[in-house]
Ligand binder design. Structure first.
Ligand SMILES: Nc1ncnc2c1ncn2[C@@H]1O[C@H](COP(=O)(O)OP(=O)(O)OP(=O)(O)O)[C@@H](O)[C@H]1O
Ligand SMILES: [Mg+2]
Length: 426
């Protein structure tokens, strides 16, 4: 009979790491969140070969003291919470104390850090299973270099996609993080090229225009609503910005990039009738609420969350989204119009048509329900007049500057880099 035994620590670490780190984008998320928690105002994210070969994250945050460097790599070691109750008063993105040990167990990781009060910086890395701490010249803040991700977990390596796909996921995550933190200047360097550089001036709109292109400004609808549970604000995109997948739906909860069913269904419900077939809205939705009302400890990756009052949140969000869409006349209104059947031009029928300026959503919902089964080609067009996808005007392409893989490199905020980000993200 097989006997029960305790797994060696190293195996247990690798199993735990598998839940936190799935791919290069998870490393980017964990490291950038650590930098944000450390009050950084500038974060540089750099990847080589889609992040499989190298990921480097440099920040100008508070740093880690020399005598705490080793502690930071112990499982369940965190400076962010002290007891279980703290989980419901979270103002930090990290709290599990397992990201650094997880990453260190499945990659070759080196961390350099210097708090402002320390004259020298120190680096920490593993040699033959032991941590080594050495003095090093390093700027104020922390830099983490993760090389050869999953080099010792070949099964995991096999599940990674091509470098191009992993790069796209990294850029998608970096973009979401930048949108969630407009007060942080993010620089992203992929394969030696600067691809994104956000201003970090605290203005969400400026960050959006940098990521998506200045030409989308007229397609954005700003909203900001307060409810008993907190506040929701952000920008909704007109139907012209709709996408064939959900990559344009960015949800942020208390600064955390999240994927959440309640927010998603409220958003998509609000757009019902405005988008054609399998199209999904573009939106950045930032929710601020009392941390007591949300559980962030649903999954080790901390991307899923659970709200205490889901129904209330759902209906309040729909109300917020719909009133924003209505203000900009993006919701349909009903009017009567004559339509001549193509087959018989003499027979004119009077039919209710949907135009764009509703009086009330309730009325529009009713009309949509009634008309959906009998859509004709004409009414189909009227249902989704703004889904005609116009080609986005291409931003001017200027000569690209090659940047060395050096964390101190001044990545130029070139339009070409941004254009490339956009292309990479499509
Ligand atoms: N960039 C950084 N700047 C300053 N301190 C850092 C940085 N990264 C990590 N730390 C310190 O190391 C500790 C461990 O980091 P780690 O990411 O493993 O855990 P955590 O962030 O507390 O929780 P989680 O596992 O949920 O991310 C942090 O609590 C923090 O004190
Ligand atoms: Mg962390």
């Amino acid at each position: 009979m097989t006997r029960i035994k305790i797994l060696p620590q190293e195996v247990a670490h690798k199993i735990a790491a598998g839940e936190v780190i799935e791919r290069p984008a998870s490393v980017i998320k964990e490291l950038a969140e650590n930098s944000i928690d450390a009050q950084s105002t500038q974060i540089t994210l750099e990847i080589r070969n889609g992040g499989i070969e190298l990921i480097r994250v440099q920040d100008n945050g508070i740093g880690i003291a020399k005598d705490e460097l080793e502690l930071a790599f112990q499982p369940h070691a965190t400076s962010k919470i002290s007891n279980a109750e703290d989980l419901f008063s979270l103002y930090t993105l990290g709290f599990r104390g397992e990201a650094l040990p997880s990453m260190a167990s499945i990659s070759k990781l080196t961390l350099y850090s210097r708090p402002s009060y320390q004259e020298h910086g120190y680096k920490i890395y593993q040699k033959s299973g032991e941590f080594v701490v050495e003095p090093v010249g390093t700027p104020e803040g922390t830099t983490v270099v993760v090389e050869d991700l999953f080099y010792n977990v070949p099964a995991r390596l096999k599940f990674l996609k091509s470098a191009a796909t992993e790069r796209r996921r990294v850029l998608d995550m970096a973009t979401r993080l930048a949108l969630a933190h407009p007060h942080v200047a993010f620089r992203v360097i992929a394969e030696g090229k600067p691809v994104l550089s956000t201003p970090g001036n605290g203005r969400l709109l400026d960050t959006i225009l940098l990521v998506e292109g200045k030409n989308i400004a007229p397609e954005l609808i700003k909203f900001n609503n307060e409810f008993a549970w907190g506040q929701v604000q952000g920008y909704l995109g007109s139907a012209r910005l709709a996408k064939g997948n959900r990559s344009g739906e960015v949800f942020v909860m208390n600064g955390r990039v999240v994927y959440n069913e309640t927010i998603r269904s409220a958003l998509e419900k609000a757009y019902e009738g405005l988008l054609k077939g399998r199209m999904f809205p573009w939106a950045v939705v930032a929710i601020e609420l009392n941390p007591e009302l949300v559980d962030c400890n649903v999954h080790p990756a901390k991307e899923e969350i659970r709200f205490a009052e889901e129904q209330i949140l759902f209906s309040d969000l729909i109300q917020a989204f719909r009133s924003a869409l209505r203000e900009r006349n993006l919701a349909p209104k009903v009017e009567k119009r004559e339509i001549f059947a193509k087959t018989s031009p003499k027979t004119a029928v009077v039919q209710e048509q949907l135009q764009w300026a509703p009086q009330t959503w309730e009325h529009v919902d009713k009309v949509l329900r009634e008309y959906r089964p009998e859509r004709t080609r004409d009414t189909e067009a009227a249902f989704a007049p703004t889904t005609i996808m116009e080609p986005k005007p291409k931003a001017e392409v200027v000569q690209e500057e090659k940047a060395e893989l050096d964390p101190n490199v001044e990545a130029e905020q070139t339009e070409s880099g941004l254009e490339e980000t956009r292309n990479m993200l499509i």
